[in-house]
Design a protein around this ligand. Structure first.
Ligand code: GLU
Length: 390
């Protein structure tokens, strides 16, 4: 149902040629803020705008792109229904509001997706799901499975159970963590402003728009404002923090205005926005992280057949592993060694030591019978492996 809006749902200002990265993006995470989704005065969803956004999502999926939405709005929707006062809420009030609002939010996405022949899937995460490697592998696998089945994951923080110490608190950083977890090539932050400026444009008439950032320098951080100030909460500061996470993971990030109808189509049409360009792609960035930044917890000694398989780009199957050293959990980093002891590479192992001990030397088809649960076929998937240079 169309509704009156305090914000203008106008067309985007088309000022540039679109960046080629947008055309090449295959896996895209889109963060949608509460202010875009929920009418402040009435606490109702901005249905016309959301309809236009889901039109864009449908068009992207139609053209073969995978889209993951990170949607805020649970608290903003729920607080109205519960009649909570305006202004800052206590933590437990926010949590109660999220419990109510998340239902409406999920329902809206479900209806709008269904009307376009798409399936919406609700994914509620807490900090540990992206920060602890074992849970990270689980969450990533679930999202991968949803995407493979052509569903649209709609992610939010599980605000109802997340307490202060274990909260992201803002969906800018949550969306960057999700983008890095699923190796997305592009993260879009739909904002109330069309990008990063040298100074807050509403305060400084001389503020210049920055179309492209290739490195997050101290100067760029300075433009984002003071982390401690109330004004910058969930503002440019957390967006630049999100950019750091994204760029380290090889994900490009774009800040663009969500105050227009069809905000994703607008990016393709060349709307004004700020692109943060990553120097490498997500696969290279992840392999570099595995190769250099993790303390290995164990060693897998493999046979000549498995060594050959790895060299030809295959995953490491339990059948090719002869011996294991060390104590590790699922998701920990381990070293892979050849029969003569050479280090072949490193990777994130898909089974804990106790389970790995029972399946090495065995066929992957036997895993379920041996362990009593269905795990992955690979001990280390090739995407989770960085081979040493020859
Ligand atoms: N997770 C919160 C919500 O759904 C929003 C956090 C944010 O706006 O960044 O209401």
């Amino acid at each position: 149902m169309p509704q009156k809006s305090a914000m203008t749902d106008k067309q985007a200002s088309i000022t540039r040629t679109p960046r080629p990265e947008w055309g090449k993006a295959r896996r895209i995470v889109v963060k949608i803020g509460s202010a875009l989704l929920v009418e402040r005065a009435t606490g109702r969803l901005r249905a016309t705008w959301l309809n236009s956004l889901i039109d864009d999502v449908a068009a992207l999926t139609e053209s073969g792109r995978e889209v993951i939405l990170v949607s805020s709005g649970a608290i903003a929707l729920g607080r109205h229904q519960l009649g909570f006062p305006k202004g800052a809420l206590e933590l437990e009030q926010s949590q109660a509001a999220a419990a109510v609002g998340q239902i409406g939010l999920a329902q809206a996405y479900q209806e709008l997706c269904r009307a376009r022949g798409l399936i919406a899937a609700q994914v509620l995460l807490t900090l540990g799901d992206t920060e602890e490697r074992r849970r990270y592998l689980n969450a990533r696998r679930t999202i991968d499975t949803l995407l493979a089945a052509k569903a649209i994951p709609v992610v939010n923080e599980n605000d109802t159970v997340a307490t202060t110490e274990i909260r992201y608190g803002d969906n800018d950083r949550l969306s960057a963590r999700v983008a890095s977890m699923v190796s997305a090539d592009t993260l879009v932050l739909l904002s109330d402003i069309d990008g990063l400026y040298t100074a807050p444009p509403h305060l400084d008439p001389g503020a210049r728009h920055i179309p492209l950032v290739q490195e997050i320098t101290a100067e760029i951080e300075g433009m984002a404002g003071d982390p401690g100030s109330e004004l910058s909460k969930g503002g440019m500061r957390t967006k630049v923090e999100a950019a750091k996470i994204a760029l380290a993971a090889g994900t490009h990030m774009v800040i663009t205005t969500g105050k227009v109808l069809h905000p994703l189509q607008a990016i393709a049409d060349g709307a004004t926005c700020t692109w943060f360009l990553a120097a490498s792609d997500p696969v290279t960035a992840k392999k570099r992280w595995i190769a250099g930044h993790l303390e290995p917890s164990g060693v897998l000694h493999i046979d000549a057949g498995a060594e050959k398989a790895l060299a030809s780009g295959k995953s490491l199957l339990p059948a090719g592993v002869k011996r294991i050293e060390g104590v590790f959990e699922r998701g920990d980093a381990v070293i892979i060694r050849a029969a003569d002891g050479r280090e072949l590479g490193r990777g994130l192992v898909a089974y804990a030591r106790s389970d790995a001990d029972r399946i090495i030397g065995k066929k992957s088809s036997e895993i379920t019978a041996i362990l009593g649960f269905a795990g992955r076929d690979e001990l280390i998937h090739r995407d989770d492996m960085a081979l040493s240079r020859k």
